[in-house]
Design a protein around this ligand. Sequence first.
Ligand SMILES: [Fe+2]
Length: 385
Amino acid sequence: MALYEMRKFVAPEFIFGVGARHRVGYYARNLMARRVLVVSDPGVIAAGWLGEVQADLAEVGIESIVFKALTPNPKDYEVMAGAELYARERCDVIVAIGGGSVIDCAKAIGIVHANACHVRAFEGADQVEIPGPPLICIPTTAGTAADISQFCIVVNSDERYKMAIISKTVVPDVALVDPETTLSMDPYLTACTGLDALTHAIEAYVSTASSPIVDVHALAAVKLIWSNIDDAVAMPGNMPARENMLLGSLQAGLAFSNASLGAVHALAHSLGGFLDLPHGECNALLLEHVVRFNITEAPDRYQQIGNSMGLDLRGLNERERAKRITDEIGALRCRLGVVDSLATRGVRSSDIAELASHAINDACIVTNPRRVTLADIETIYGEAL
Ligand SMILES: [Fe+2]
């Protein structure tokens, strides 16, 4: 019997480091761009990052059209409007500068344009036939890693849930991962996006599709995020903490893009689409409950995660280890300001059946280490209420 299962690892070309964003003109020119659609949002524009990108493009003679009519948790109709603008303006390359919402919207605009169909047609794994036009991503948060991942999340506005589109065709061509762009995040956004990245690392490491290459990145990410997130939130201008958070987010992204995720994300996608809550906040509120549910199925893997969190788990039995790890995760999110529970965000116990009906069909549930039933999902939502 083989020691390792056969696994594929996909990652785009990326540049990591201060100043990486200024390579946008170079890469756009290499991709033969003449007229670029730049996807961004009002917060990023106010921080000045969009202006810089447009100036860098203009310097090499490339025109740019801006699409910014999108909201956090991008909606299907916003994607369709962006694709219409891309076609109308005869653009040939897309640049996304922003957080996960901006990047996911840009990815979806590209595949809608290339395939000439509605974005809802792509829901699930491997449902995209033709890749979009060339895409350059510049993340401004340290969390989603949408800039390097095979994931694209868009809200189905009729049914109010997030569709997970998972396809190699949505991996960007280039990611310019520049820690300076994360300085414009406020402490709460830093906390939520950082906890999203931590969730990516944990879910990828315990995923049934993990691999030795995934493991290296996942555990490195847990360590980087766990030891830097407090400083990044408490001291927004602390560059070493910002750099390490972005590196942690990048490594967590390499891990989850290839190993997929688990029940935290399946439940968070349903929740985030239902209440339009920040994605990282949803994950943070669910993580400790899903870890408690999963831990008996993969105790050794969770022990490794605990070790990477810097916990001394020696001498503890399995039940004590589980309690220690989930207590620490819960304490971290509270310390970072993600307090209370789902009920305080407006979830009622009568909503749980509908939330669970979407979560059970989310593509992320497939790789959860423990088999999850509809009743299990309802129980986890109930515990997080
Ligand atoms: Fe996530």
